[in-house]
Every structure is written in C-alpha cells, then in structure tokens.
Design a protein around this ligand. Sequence first.
Ligand code: SF4
Length: 163
Amino acid sequence: MHRKKQIVYISHCILNQNAVIREWERAQGAFNNIIRVLLEDNISIIQLPCPEFTFLGENRPPKTKEEYDIPTYRSLCSQLTIQVVNQIKEYIINDYEILGLIGIQGSPSCEASGEKGIFMEELMKLIKEENIDLNIFDIPEEYIEEQSQEVIDAFKSYIRKIL
Ligand code: SF4
C-alpha cells in the first residue's frame, strides 16, 4: 500500500454536529455528503478541535464574535492552534500536501474566509508566521445535509481545483 499524502483540515463540527449549539445542528451526525467527496478522492481528514465546546461546553448559548472576543477565549484558541500548526509543519517537512482548510461560514469562531472567526484568526496568524499557504473553503450557512446539492457541487469544484 502506498499513502497518498494529501490532507485536509476541517472544522470539528463538519464531522460532529453534536458539538454545535443545541437546535442548531444541520445533520444528524456528520456532513456526510461533504465528507464523502473527500473520501472518494482518498484525501485524509484531520478534525480541528471545537473551541466553543472546549470553552463553554455542550449547553452553551449563541454568542456573537464580539462577545467571544475576550482574552480568555483568544488565549484558549491560541493554545489549541499551537498543536495544530506543529502537526501541519511536521507533515509538510515530510512531503505531505496540506490541501486545504474547511471552515464554517457565519461562525464567530470558525469562519475561515471573510469575517474570520476568532479560532481561525489565531490559526491563520500562526500559519502565516510559518509561511504556510492554505486553500480555504467555508461550508455556507445555508448548508443542510441532504438538502444542499449546490453546496456539494461547489465543494467538488473546490476539491478538483486544489488536487
Ligand atoms: S463552528 Fe467551530 S466552534 Fe462552532 S460548533 Fe463548529 S467547530 Fe465548534
């Protein structure tokens, strides 16, 4: 067997909707149809931690980015990203391709493009310091499992582009 050495980092809740705010889940478990696109191309998936769950637990209220933007939360996000970036560096040194980073549009923590969430801001800061370039895709706010074929098509195009 030979390994393909292609990896995508994804926001935690793409694989585990149990981590989102109660009643805000958009799938019963994972975003299966998004994950399936990656699996079909034998792309390995690394699940980022859920910073909000880590900070406030499962039964947390919805909060804005401004409400989350306090030193203790930034510091937690910053700590969580150190391990992630060390791992990315280790893969790159050993000739793995980090194909991309998949975030969650509209999340005060995990939006990776546009108005970045706090966790992604901290992650990007470290990634930039290491001169690492990542292709970014955010799962749109309107995505609901089994009801969003347009998003799946857009995601497939993104994957074709970065492969
Ligand atoms: S968007 Fe980020 S903080 Fe929100 S549930 Fe998903 S992983 Fe957790």
